[in-house]
Design a protein around this ligand. Structure first.
Ligand code: 5GP
Length: 221
């Protein structure tokens, strides 16, 4: 028998603010209900329409820092304006052990930390088609102040240099095309040779002999 590993893949999707990773992940999930999009914890205030335990686990700074001390995060970072964001370790591990592929949609600092602790993950960098387009998207989404847009834009410029630490780059020029590419990556990763757990094709001579005589005894050509 040729058996595949039961463990799920950890798929880390990240990229600079405004690259469209959030939209890509929600589209990806619509078409692939078997994937699990991990829910992060954050100390930032919920935005209008955001739901606790669905968009994020919204917790206090004290609670977050208590969890850091208890080593409950796979990674955490202060992403924007002193707010903590982190990936709870237990939930990810449970899903992977059950054979479920887990998506982490996290920032670049977080992705690099996960790369250190779980290098077997699949690291996908979402690249905007141009910096001009990134600036346009940051302005269009209308969720940040002018200063915040400037900060995010400057940070994006530095973050793009980290792309070489990833396994894949997906240019988000068209959302459907970007999602298609990520689906193709996820499928291809399932076919890696190192995912074969049990390559139990018995090559012992007696076995070869037995298999051949079994089926060839009445074959007369
Ligand atoms: P937002 O406040 O706009 O929801 O998210 C801000 C940034 O934090 C985004 O780039 C998002 O990908 C990132 N982020 C969300 N969850 C996590 C997490 O668990 N860890 C890290 N490192 N970044 C996260």
């Amino acid at each position: 028998m040729v058996r595949e590993k039961i463990r799920g893949n950890l798929i880390v999707i990240s990229g600079p603010s405004g690259c469209g990773k959030g939209t890509i992940c929600s589209e990806l999930l619509k078409n692939n209900p078997d994937l699990f999009l991990n829910i992060s914890m954050t100390t930032r205030e919920p935005r209008e329409g955001e739901v606790d335990k669905k968009d994020y686990y919204f917790i206090s700074k004290e609670e977050f820092e208590k969890r850091i001390k208890e080593d409950k995060f796979l990674e955490y970072a202060t992403v924007h304006y002193g707010n903590y964001y982190g990936t709870p370790k237990d939930e990810v591990e449970k899903k992977l052990a059950k054979g479920i592929d887990v998506i982490l949609e996290i920032d670049i600092q977080g992705a690099l930390k996960v790369n250190n602790s779980m290098p077997e993950g699949i690291f996908i960098f979402i690249m905007p088609p141009s910096m001009r387009e990134l600036k346009r998207r940051l302005i269009k989404r209308n969720t940040e102040t002018k200063e915040q847009i400037i900060d995010r834009f400057k940070k994006a410029y530095q973050e793009i240099n980290e792309v070489n630490k990833y396994n894949y780059i997906v240019i988000n020029d068209d959302i459907n095309r970007a999602v298609d590419k990520i689906e193709a990556i996820i499928k291809a990763e399932k076919c890696r040779v190192n995912r074969i757990e049990d390559f139990d094709l018995n090559t012992k001579e007696e076995m070869i002999h037995e298999l051949l005589t079994e089926d060839l005894k009445d074959y007369n050509k």
